[in-house]
Design a protein around this ligand. Sequence first.
Ligand code: HEC
Length: 138
Amino acid sequence: MQALVMQTLARTALFASLLFTLPALAQDAGTGDASAGERSWNKCRACHQIGEGAKNLVGPQMNGLFGRHSGTVEGYSFSAANKASGITWDEAVFAEYIRDPKAKIPGTKMIFAGIKNEKEIRDLTAFLKQFDKDGKKL
Ligand code: HEC
């Protein structure tokens, strides 16, 4: 009887430790997959362009996003909220923003529900990072 209890306890402990380590492993899964990110980019294309010759549409063009200061794309009329957000786009702040744009920049005119899936955000990030400020693939 006692052996059975010990066994059950041991199993529970193993299960619990797996529960704690698995998400950590998943989060550590490294950099995103740019081609999966290209599929995710389909969600943005109605409003944004990227690549050589990309133009501002409903939203600003996305070339060289990482390192860029928010609200600084030439020829695009940003909302006051976006310009005043004081953001310099890096991976962490982009992930926060794209999860819920209106929460990160209240008053933004980007109407987009957000992407909640962490892997999808990483993949999209890898896709976006391919383009330098002239839209050339790095
Ligand atoms: C319905 C149109 C629409 C969709 C869809 C959309 N955006 Fe936007 N986006 C905008 C608009 C409009 C702005 C300008 C926001 C402002 O000035 O408040 C913007 C701004 C941004 C900015 C800030 C740029 C800067 O220089 O400050 C980023 C980053 C961005 N969008 C990324 C994305 C990504 C990635 C997707 C797809 C997952 C996406 N957007 C989908 C319309 C859209």
